[in-house]
Ligand binder design. Structure first.
Ligand SMILES: [Zn+2]
Length: 521
């Protein structure tokens, strides 16, 4: 109104008082974030702007000084960006623990949304999972769900998993996937390296991904060279995305083990070629040279403690079995590169590598590993990636930032530091120190890209109308403090975190507000 009048010569002489009287006074903001360097999440360079929030939304972005607000946040010299979104999180189970519902470990990294049930896992009944997350005072971040392929496979096929499903079982799996979608799943996840996903033919997964629609996110069949190899495994995601007409995501993309280092170039070329012909393929990645899984899955994939026990009974079967374990240890970089995080052996083993454990027991590393699996198993941190591959994959515009981490109370075990550090590490180590990706692009791959891939409307961006999921940080100070020996240290430098318009972190203090919601497709 005022702009139109101002364009007519002569009206310009109207007094300020008259002009103001013509406008309905703008209602005050609930929160006004002033003077920050605003990164809108799209990859655009920052602009200095104020952001006005009302209710759960961003209502104005621009020059807003003089406007009233219940809470004014001075963001001068700090970056204001959309809150980060984790496309591959194991945190949902932990978040239902009363002591972890505030989600401090996630909020400290700037996370405002996590997507759970990765690797084919999670519960069958997503409605129930949603109720558990929303109940008991709620959670500190938004959560989104996918339905797990292994979960529906187990539910439909019972105890006998090492085969293809019958037509009837496949129909049952499809029905479970459909129900998952009704209950809000954004797509299907799979773990084709793990039990029982490994027994699935590609056609089975295509049928279920088609049923799910949305995204198909996969811990691929082979991240190294155990089986079909990592390149063929990426090709399988591409084929599934192409034939099921869904968005394919290579979960925590990597080239595992020294024999596979350098293969990122081929993996990238295949994804680029697929995208070139119109297939929607993406990846996510956590920024560490070590992965984490169970010792059994790493050194005897497809076999369990019972198989190991049986093999160790005969001298010939023992020789063959230990030979396979030895080769799998070598594939991952040798016994020194495999470190026990936690296991049935108790805290005594935590932080020790297979070479040290073998030496202290006077056995070979393959024998020590097998003994640990038979004794109840262990989770491991496995140093098996090359920095060159990590950087090459991080620099792809279709690679989302992820954590692959969970949330747990500090204890004697030494889990992978990614749970507490992944998102801060991208900004501190890869943007600031190593300068391998720009701040704008790094933020984009943690915000709007992920929102687009999963189809979250009105999230992952700073613009009027979007949900007010916002972080404020100092790019010179943001840092991951969690290390392999101190994995529970919280990230630092992301001092303000707002979820759905409510303050979860204020000048570094956690408010325990629990403003998170379970998002629906
Ligand atoms: Zn995984």
């Amino acid at each position: 109104m005022r702009r139109r009048l101002a364009a007519i010569p002569g009206v310009l002489i109207l007094s300020a008082a008259t002009a103001l009287a013509w406008q309905t006074p703008a209602p005050p903001f609930d929160i006004l974030i002033k003077g920050g360097r605003v990164l809108d999440g799209s990859g655009n360079p920052w602009v200095r702007a104020d952001i006005g929030l009302r209710g759960d939304r961003i209502v104005e972005v621009g020059q807003l000084s003089g406007r009233a607000a219940t809470l004014v946040v001075d963001a001068k010299d700090r970056v204001v960006s959309p809150g980060f979104i984790d496309p591959h999180s194991h945190a949902l189970e932990g978040l239902t623990n009363a002591q972890l519902r505030d989600a401090r470990q996630l909020i400290a990294q700037g996370l405002t949304t996590v997507i759970g049930n990765p690797d084919g896992g999670g519960p069958t009944n997503l409605a129930q999972q949603r109720t558990r997350l929303e109940g008991e005072g709620g959670i500190g971040v938004n959560a989104a769900l996918v339905i797990g392929h292994a979960t529906v496979r187990r539910a439909a096929m019972g105890d006998s998993q090492q085969r293809a499903p019958t037509a009837e079982e496949l129909e049952r799996m499809k029905a479970l996937v459909r129900q998952g979608v009704v209950d809000g799943a954004f797509g299907l996840s799979s773990g084709l390296f793990y039990e029982p996903g490994r027994y699935s033919k590609t056609e089975e997964v295509i049928a279920l991904a088609r049923e799910a629609g949305g995204v198909y996110t996969s811990h691929v069949r082979d991240e190294g060279d155990y089986d079909v190899g990592v390149v063929a495994s990426v090709d399988e995601v591409i084929r599934i995305a192409e034939e099921a007409h869904v968005r394919g995501i290579v979960s925590h993309i990597k080239a595992l083990g020294p024999d596979n280092w350098g293969k990122s170039a081929t993996m990238i070329a295949h994804i680029e070629a697929a995208r070139g012909r119109g297939v929607e393929v993406f990846a996510d990645q956590y920024p560490y040279e070590a992965s984490s899984t169970s010792l059994g899955a790493a050194v005897m994939p497809g076999q369990g403690a019972a198989d190991a026990r049986e093999a160790m009974e005969g001298p010939e079967s023992k020789r063959i079995f230990l030979g396979v374990v030895k080769e799998n240890i070598r594939r991952r970089g040798g016994p020194k590169s495999i470190v026990i995080a936690s296991g049935r052996g108790g805290p005594a083993l935590s932080g020790k590598n297979l070479e040290e454990i073998a030496a202290s027991r006077g056995v070979t590393p393959e024998q020590a590993a097998t003994d640990i699996v038979i004794a109840g198993g262990a989770s491991i941190v496995s140093f098996n990636m090359s920095e060159k591959d990590i950087v090459a994959m991080m620099q792809q515009p279709w690679t989302m930032g992820s954590s692959d981490g969970g949330i747990s109370l500090p204890g004697p075990s030494l889990p992978h530091p990614r749970s507490n550090g992944a998102f801060a590490r991208r900004l501190g180590v890869y943007v600031r120190e190593r300068k391998v990706i720009s701040l704008e692009q790094s933020v984009r791959t943690m915000t709007s890209l992920t929102a687009r891939v999963f189809g979250f409307t009105d999230r992952g961006e700073i613009r009027p109308g979007a949900f007010a999921d916002i972080v404020i940080f100092d790019p010179a100070k943001v840092v991951d403090k969690a290390t392999y020996t101190k994995p529970y240290e919280l990230a630092e430098g992301i001092d303000w975190v707002i979820v759905n318009g409510q303050v979860e972190r204020r000048e570094g203090e956690f408010t325990g507000t629990r403003a998170g919601r379970v998002l629906r497709r």
